[in-house]
Design a protein around this ligand. Sequence first.
Ligand code: GCO
Length: 264
Amino acid sequence: MSTELFNLKGKVALVTGSTHGLGMAMAKGLGMAGARLIVNGNSSQSKIDDAVDYYKSLGIDAYGFKFNVTNEEEVIKAINDIQSKVGSIDILVNNAGIIKRTPLEDMEVEDFKEVINVDLVSPFIVSKHVVKTMIAKKQGKIINICSMMSELGRNTVGAYAAAKGGLKMLTQNMATEWAKHNIQVNGIGPGYFATSQTAPIRVDGHPFNEFILNRTPAAKWGDPDDLAGAAIFLSSRASDFVNGHVLYVDGGILATIGKPSNES
Ligand code: GCO
């Protein structure tokens, strides 16, 4: 019984931004649990093809769809293509995101708007169109990828924090409106993970690197594969009565005030 609860066989899972990083780690987890994987990106077709080949090399049934999650027309067309070529989407992971690190007083309005558009508006756009079939089928799972910045501020990432804070509340409101259709909407809040996005601040000797190693009770950066379990749980029957919750996978950062660097 216990493993059956986490079995995703026969499910179709769309993970936006799943050609690399955290998106790829979560998508791999869903594929290994049996889901048929819809791989999405917007940079280049070859990057998507390479990712699909990688998933297939792991025995995962994967299909690539290049579309811009901020462009509603492209999203509508892609969802129709996916549904006609693969099947209706049972699991949606809104992972695609960007970050711009600039002090707020120096940030261009266009840059602020772009971060909000990709990190907050696109989860709304994609969910709005995917949920229609979930409502008709009276079942579905949506996972929004939040952040430590859904709870905490940090110098230079104001637009990102505004978006991720908003995404936490969007998650709660989606749950409020769609739970009655047996659709569970939850979030995952990654802590600090070793990805290309954090590479600039994860350099040996970089003050932020030392800060994170000291600030994180687990005393390490997360491995993207550490997110697979949370993604499978929130995509499976095991979470059928979990709604509007953000599951933080952060090595304990949010659990603690931290400690002075001279304390072990
Ligand atoms: C940063 C990091 C963070 C992490 C993550 C933390 O500059 O602080 O890039 O944004 O990526 O979101 O939860």
